[in-house]
Structure formats: structure tokens, C-alpha cells
Design a protein around this ligand. Structure first.
Ligand code: NCD
Ligand code: ZN
Length: 345
């Protein structure tokens, strides 16, 4: 029996939602992860320090797990005040500001339409070392959905970092070879998170032999060469990359729909998926860095004190599962192949 003990992981990009959905999903993250960067794309969004503190209280109440620490983010809008952001970031539980280009993804309508409109906030963040978490895609209708990440890097992020070279940026859910190269070509203030599903799947998995709405997420799955670049980046042990699951629950009805929502709910089997991918690439020794060490190092936090154990068994984990949320259900990420790595707390 193969096994692996690693420091308890953290999730540097997580959607927990609110209300009944929050109640239903939070334990799925808390049982494996110690800390998580919580995305602020509620309706209405988490904009102010007070919003973040109130949301954090609701998460702690729902989670009932003393070990789980939500790290909060503020949703950047064109009305955000630079001083408010700098003051909020003095609060230990608020770790970053999230920029959604308006219209880029689920609940991004209050996001930024023109980066110039938020330049004073970004300047203040650069000056005070506040982390910017970025949904790195352009939204212009004439840009092909598969090119949106690359065009964002070329036309928005490159110029931004030329102007503010010390800005601390996490390029979230990197999905392309271009995104990997971008992170690698900058200094250590630029990092990238990568999801389990982008490491395992390419766009054929989503579109060949029938359309699979539960694989639809944003940024959208890309071609195999891009997946390979992501795998190479994490398996090389490059400290600039760390886990952000982007676990993003939507109800089954809103996914299996004529206009289905974007988001993959992978919190329950994210670590089993990752162990599977790292093992397949002879890089199990790099898993701990990716899930437990590189993220805290970037955020200036210690690694977790306790550990988890991953055990490879002959029986695969249960994957075709759903979570009940009131009268509805949420379909858990199905990797499409058996996963033999079980997480033991
Ligand atoms: C996320 C969601 O549902 O909130 N969806 C997704 O496909 N990843 C938003 C996001 O991170 O883009
Ligand atoms: Zn997300």
C-alpha cells in the first residue's frame, strides 16, 4: 500500500456561496483544507471590510469546524476607494482584493469594465503590498473564448505590471501555456493558482461524444498542449504555482440547462484528483509544495502545523456523488476515471 503524509493543504481560490448552499458545501472544504481564500462574488458582492467580516462570520457559523480558517477577499468595483482597501487589508483576516473583468464569469456584473478606472486602487495596493487576485480574461465579444486568457495577459496584465512592477498579483486558475510562461517570466511578486480539473482535463473531455455541462467552467478547459504546460509547471516544483481549486458549486438544474452556469464543484475530491495527476507524472514528491507550502509562502503565512495522509487503495474513491441542498442537488466533480488515492485525516 502506497501512502504519503503531507502538511495539511490550503485552498487559495474557493467559492462557498451563502445561505443553504454555504451550509451544504463548507464541510467538504473544511474536512481536507485548513485555510481557504474565499471568493467575494456573492449577489450583492463582498465589497467592504464590513461585508467581508460579516461573510466570514456566516462561514464560521456554517462550518462548525474550529480548524477551518476562511481568508477573505474584497470584490473590486469601479467605486472602490483606495484608502478603504488599504485599511481593510490591515485586518488579518482579509488577504486580497479580487478583480473580475465585468461579465467574465459567474456574478461578475459589478466588476471592472476599464482597468484605468481602478488604477488609483491598484497603485495604493502596490504601495502597501496588498495582493491582487485576478480573473485573467478579457470579455470583448469579438475575442474567442479560448483566447481570452492570452489576450488578457498581452493587453491588460503586461501593461499593468510595467506600470506597477511591484504589484503582488495572483493570476488565478491559469489554463494556458501562455499563462504559465507569463508567471515564470516575472519576478516572485507574480504567482499563479491552478485547479485540479484543468490539470486533469482538456476541452475534448468536455465536448467530444456529448456535451458535459459539469466540466463547463471559466476560464474554459483548453487544448491538451495547454494542459501539459500546466502539469509541467506544477510537477517541476516551481514555487510560484499553488492550488486554487476554484470549487464553484451550482445546482444540478442550473448546470444541466439550455444556458448552463460555469463552475465545477470539486472540493470533495480535489486532493484525490491531484494525487492521481502528480503520480501519473512521477511527481508525487512535488504534491506537498503545490497544495501545502507554496501558497502560504506567497501570502507570508506559515505552513499548517498538522498533516493529512493520502493512501492509495485498490478500491477507487466514490466519485459519482451529489450533495443535497434543500430540494436541489449539486453534482460533485466526476474525473471520468477511477481515483485510488483516499484522504485520511
Ligand atoms: C466561478 C463561480 O461559479 O463563481 N465559476 C467558474 O466557472 N470558475 C467563477 C469564477 O471563478 O470564474
Ligand atoms: Zn473562481
Amino acid at each position: 500500500m502506497q501512502q504519503l503524509t503531507i502538511k495539511r493543504p490550503d485552498d487559495w481560490h474557493l467559492h462557498l456561496r451563502d445561505g443553504d448552499m454555504l451550509d451544504a458545501v463548507v464541510a467538504e472544504s473544511a474536512k481536507h483544507f485548513s485555510r481557504a481564500i474565499i471568493m467575494p462574488n456573492l449577489v450583492p458582492p463582498v465589497v467592504t471590510e464590513a461585508d467581508a467580516i460579516a461573510y466570514r462570520t456566516r462561514i464560521l457559523h456554517a462550518s462548525n469546524d474550529k480548524r477551518f480558517t476562511p481568508l477573505m477577499t474584497l470584490y473590486l468595483t469601479e467605486q472602490t476607494n483606495p484608502e478603504d482597501v488599504v485599511n481593510a487589508a490591515r485586518n488579518d483576516t482579509i488577504k486580497a482584493v479580487k478583480l473580475y473583468p465585468a461579465g467574465a464569469t459567474t456574478n461578475s456584473a459589478s466588476g471592472v469594465t476599464d482597468i484605468k478606472a481602478v488604477m488609483p486602487v491598484l497603485e495604493a495596493m502596490a504601495e502597501h503590498g496588498v495582493v491582487l487576485c485576478l480573473h485573467g480574461e478579457v470579455t470583448q465579444g469579438n475575442v474567442d473564448i479560448f483566447d481570452r486568457e492570452k489576450i488578457f495577459l498581452d493587453t491588460v496584465l503586461s501593461p499593468l505590471l510595467k506600470r506597477l512592477p511591484t504589484l503582488r498579483v495572483v493570476l488565478e486558475h491559469v489554463t494556458t501555456a501562455d499563462g504559465v510562461a507569463f508567471v515564470q517570466s516575472h519576478s516572485t511578486n507574480v504567482a499563479g493558482t491552478i485547479t485540479p480539473h484543468h490539470l486533469l482535463l482538456n476541452r475534448n473531455h468536455m465536448l467530444v461524444g456529448g456535451i458535459r455541462p459539469h466540466y463547463y467552467c471559466l476560464p474554459i478547459l483548453k487544448r491538451e498542449s495547454h494542459r501539459n504546460a500546466l502539469v509541467d509547471a506544477v510537477c517541476s516544483g516551481d514555487k510560484r504555482f499553488f492550488l486554487g481549486t476554484d470549487s464553484a458549486p451550482h445546482t444540478k438544474n442550473t448546470k444541466e440547462n439550455a444556458c448552463g452556469c460555469a463552475g465545477v464543484f470539486n472540493a470533495p475530491n480535489a486532493l484525490s484528483t491531484l494525487a492521481h495527476v502528480f503520480e501519473a507524472n512521477n511527481a508525487l514528491d512535488k504534491l506537498e509544495g503545490f497544495v501545502s507550502l507554496n501558497g502560504p509562502a506567497y501570502y507570508g503565512l506559515p505552513a499548517n502545523g498538522d498533516s493529512i495522509r493520502l493512501v492509495k487503495k485498490s478500491e477507487p474513491i466514490e466519485t459519482a456523488t451529489q450533495l443535497q441542498v434543500g430540494n436541489e442537488s449539486v453534482v460533485v466533480f466526476d474525473p471520468g476515471e477511477p481515483l485510488y488515492w483516499h484522504v485520511e485525516n
